[in-house]
Design a protein around this ligand. Structure first.
Ligand SMILES: [Ca+2]
Ligand SMILES: [Ca+2]
Length: 384
């Protein structure tokens, strides 16, 4: 059922209406793509969290009605006349800024370019991420320089966990219009979807403290997991399903003994042999500076379990935060990419039709080959 309003009413009766929680599972209307729906049915995690829409936006100037909010309205419509693109005037160094109101770890920024005119205007634009408002936020560290984006296309830029409250897009050193039809920002930490355990627990430093979304690294802040001083101490995250792991980010304790983490190994796999510590190794941690967060690339290693173990040593294992960037395995949907790129109802349906026609044509061809061979094999004895 489609609708903007969801009412719950007790009709025809004088009554108290008490609702302890109302949760709604739905998708935005008018943006649907038949193939997208098929794929999103396969994989609920393929759609990563877009935190952009939680923020507030501004831009250096506004062309007509092309307000900055149009770039976070959840609509990738890329024809300017559809009214879903933000656009500045033709100014020097035009910029657009998203204020996420608090600091996020940004994995990717996806930008949808205008389709109906002048896609080259975006060329050279920079994505800046950080916590400073110096130069309106344009002086923050740079995630990417956009060389070009095809007309109407959505391109994703990896920012590898850069942290910041502000995300700016600026065209530096040029008098230009800055047009953004949609900006999506993903902060994905699948660790928080899992369940955790560890070889032993020191005091109240329970394993959950390493996935509480808080990197606070002073032990007394109560956000670090810690084992007792045991041989081969380990911590395990069970993601409940198999994921392809891109990176694991570990935050080390700040106020004492950062060297305890040295030599710890990150293990990823589906086996619980030796509590999961026998799974393939993603990395050996040589050291992490006190209070620092270090990211280890696991290049798509697959597994349900992520273990961190200090092998061959009696030690405390202290983890102030473990963040995992990954996607659900075996459910990847290439059609989704095609479809989300086109993102129009009719185009999506067109792709579906073409796909069905191709499958049908292939089937027909196979059948005719099979028939041909069958009749040929039968005919040989006759002709001989
Ligand atoms: Ca938009
Ligand atoms: Ca923590």
């Amino acid at each position: 059922m489609e609708g903007r309003y969801i009412n719950i009413i007790i009709p025809g009766r004088t009554e108290y209406l008490t609702l302890c929680e109302v949760e709604v599972d739905g998708t935005l209307s008018g943006k649907s793509c038949p193939i997208l729906l098929v794929c999103s049915g396969l994989n609920e995690h393929i759609m990563e969290t877009n935190v952009a829409r939680l923020g507030q936006v501004s831009q250096s100037s506004k062309y007509g009605n092309a307000k900055p909010e149009n770039a976070i309205d959840g609509n990738r419509a890329s024809n300017f006349n559809q009214g879903s693109c933000a656009c500045t005037n033709n100014n020097l160094n035009p910029w657009w800024r998203l204020d996420l109101l608090k600091t996020y770890k940004i994995n990717t920024v996806t930008i949808t370019n205008r389709q109906d005119c002048c896609p080259e205007r975006i060329n050279g634009a920079e994505i800046r991420i950080g916590n400073s408002l110096n130069d309106n936020g344009n002086a923050n560290p740079r995630c990417a320089v956009i060389s070009s984006i095809a007309p109407g296309a959505s391109q994703t830029f990896a920012c590898n966990g850069m942290e910041g409250r502000y995300i700016n897009i600026i065209i530096p050193g040029r008098t230009e219009y800055l047009t953004l039809c949609e900006v999506e920002v993903d902060e994905t930490n699948v660790a928080r979807l899992g369940q955790v355990s560890q070889s032993s627990t020191y005091g109240n430093a329970k394993p959950e403290n390493a996935i509480d979304g808080n990197r606070a690294s002073n032990y007394n802040q109560g956000s670090c997991a810690c084992t007792n001083n045991n041989l081969n101490p380990w911590w395990r995250l069970d993601l409940l399903k198999t994921y392809k792991i891109n990176t694991v980010t570990i935050t080390n304790r700040q106020d004492c003994c950062p060297e305890r983490i040295n030599g710890a190994e990150i293990r990823i796999g589906n086996s619980l042999n030796d509590n999961g510590n026998a799974n393939p190794r993603c990395a050996v941690i040589s050291s992490i500076a006190a209070g620092a967060s270090q990211t280890f690339a696991c290049n798509g290693m697959e597994g349900r379990y992520i273990n961190i173990i200090i092998p061959g040593r009696t030690e405390y294992l202290t983890l102030c935060e473990v963040e995992v960037d990954g996607t659900l395995s075996g459910k990847s949907c290439p059609i989704l990419l095609v479809c989300s790129g086109l993102n129009e109802h009719i185009m999506g349906f067109g792709v579906l039709l073409i796909t069905l026609m191709l499958i049908f044509a292939t089937f027909q061809r196979l059948m005719s080959l099979h028939k041909h061979r069958y009749s040929w094999e039968n005919r040989i004895p006759d002709t001989l």
